[in-house]
Design a protein around this ligand. Structure first.
Ligand code: DLL
Length: 434
């Protein structure tokens, strides 16, 4: 029998009726706040003929218009800021590159609540003030590092703000400081596992739990990491637009993620029609943040596909559960935690003199994502010397690296060797089994 710990038991174990009452009150307050302070969303509501007074409870949620990533881009940078600038203390941003960036704002209290959400995740993974928490998510604009860092401070654990990279040093610290909880992307955890073996450091590890998220990972990958690092691996989900990690988190059951629904109301919709689907049905996840003040998004379409369930969980938490993510409605690839759009790669290819005859082959080798960019040479290029072609390949690889922040293998293919399509081109071959 595992001893259950909760960071905020009064909330995490609250009855459905009590939770609904909290959600109803916060939702109507939030809608009034947004209507008053965000001209962009006020117009969307006016266009839909809905007034703040029309939204009194979660049943009224569906009256509200959706927000999409396009709205966030339209309103960039300050169009959705709902507080005076002097109340906003921080931004975080997505890993997307030029033109795709989303900037989210926080008040001090928003950061406080976000840290509490992450603290719930750490405590659900067994964390206490006696633990040593090594945070190897990136720090900076990415929410991973700051989010888990804030949570670890709330719990009172000793926090190692490592950020990602320099794996041998990570492992050295892990051994010397006797890290017990590791926070990073699942692919980085797998890579750390391999390096631990190479360094012969396995026996020196004191890890008991991992909090891994920000990218899709399979159950097989989870078991592999658990075996390699000798820990229990917990999933954590979140997105910059809604705060960052800690929107939902996995308990000891490892059968889905509890949504922090006193802060974020989750809905599942049919991505094609926008119709709200009942619990148990697969669809696009939509979030409404009911406590954030600086950047409060109402009915934000995440494009993430999953299932919501409200069955009781043996951990004692009553918070609604979402399944592991089953994919995305758009074409955004997440490769080693970095968001990659095929269109960005196309831009690099075309600006380097290639034509749009290319394929992106994504795979997962030894639990780490790989990206191969296969691009056809133009007939002119094809007659270049081997030396020139090698230079061209190297140059392209470097440009992709600086655009995506990611290493991609470049394969230069013969002209006309990539199948043409009469309908939509199939550009992405994702061989990852997730
Ligand atoms: O990835 C926030 C985060 C940091 C979550 C650290 C967990 C741990 P973004 O960079 O804005 O934010 O990317 C958000 O990543 O819409 C999902 O598609 C994907 N994603 C996040 N967590 C998971 C997960 C952070 N546990 C996008 N499983 C989301 C699968 C995930 N995909």
């Amino acid at each position: 029998m595992i001893l259950q710990r909760y960071y905020q038991p009064e909330i995490e174990r609250m009855s459905y009726d009590e939770m609904k009452a909290i959600q109803d009150g916060r939702l109507s307050e939030q809608v009034a706040h947004v209507y008053k302070n965000v001209a962009y969303y006020r117009k969307l509501m006016d266009d839909k003929g809905v007034a703040p007074e029309d939204v009194k409870s979660t049943e009224d949620l569906r009256k509200l218009p959706f927000l999409t990533k396009d709205d966030l881009r339209d309103a960039y940078p300050y169009g959705l800021l709902a507080v005076p600038l002097h109340d906003a203390v921080r931004i975080q941003s997505t890993s997307g590159t030029t033109g795709r960036r989303v900037v989210a704002f926080y008040t001090q209290e928003d950061i406080n609540l976000w840290s509490e959400c992450c603290a719930r995740a750490i405590v659900a993974a067994g964390g206490t003030s006696d633990d040593v928490v090594q945070v190897c998510y990136g720090y900076g604009l990415f929410t991973g590092g700051p989010g888990l860092d804030g949570g670890s401070h709330k719990v009172g654990s000793l926090t190692l703000p490592m950020s990602s990279g320099n794996t041998e040093r990570q492992i050295q610290f892990m051994c010397d400081l006797e890290t017990t909880i590791l926070c990073c992307t699942p692919s980085y955890a797998a890579y750390i596992g391999e390096t631990v073996d190479e360094m012969g450091a396995r026996d020196k590890l004191k890890l008991k739990a991992g909090i891994f998220g920000a990218e899709a990972w399979s159950e097989e990958m989870r078991r592999g990491i658990e075996a390699k690092l000798g820990l229990k691996a917990h999933d954590i989900y979140g997105l910059t637009e809604i705060s960052g990690p800690g929107v939902s988190f996995e308990c000891c059951e490892q059968t889905g993620l509890h949504v922090n629904e006193d802060h974020f109301i989750a809905e599942i919709i049919d991505p094609a029609t926008g119709e709200v689907l009942p619990y148990g049905e697969k669809g696009e996840l939509v979030f409404t943040s009911i406590t954030k003040k600086a950047f409060p998004l109402l009915r934000y379409r995440t494009r993430d596909i999953c299932v919501l369930t409200r069955e009781s969980c043996s951990c004692g938490r009553t918070l609604v559960k979402m399944s592991r993510l089953m994919g995305r409605t758009d074409d955004m690839l997440i490769i080693r935690g970095v968001n990659v759009f095929p269109s960005q790669i196309e831009t690099v290819l075309i600006s380097s003199g290639f034509q749009a005859n290319y394929q992106l082959i994504v795979d997962r080798v030894n639990f780490s994502d790989t990206l191969e960019v296969r691009v056809e040479l133009t007939p002119d290029m094809f007659s270049d010397t081997v030396r020139k072609l090698e230079d061209r390949g190297r140059e392209l690889r470097d440009k992709l690296k600086s655009m995506l922040g990611l290493y991609a293998k470049v394969t230069l293919a013969e002209p006309k060797s990539i199948a043409r399509s009469e309908g939509k081109a199939v550009r992405v071959i994702d061989k990852r089994k997730i």
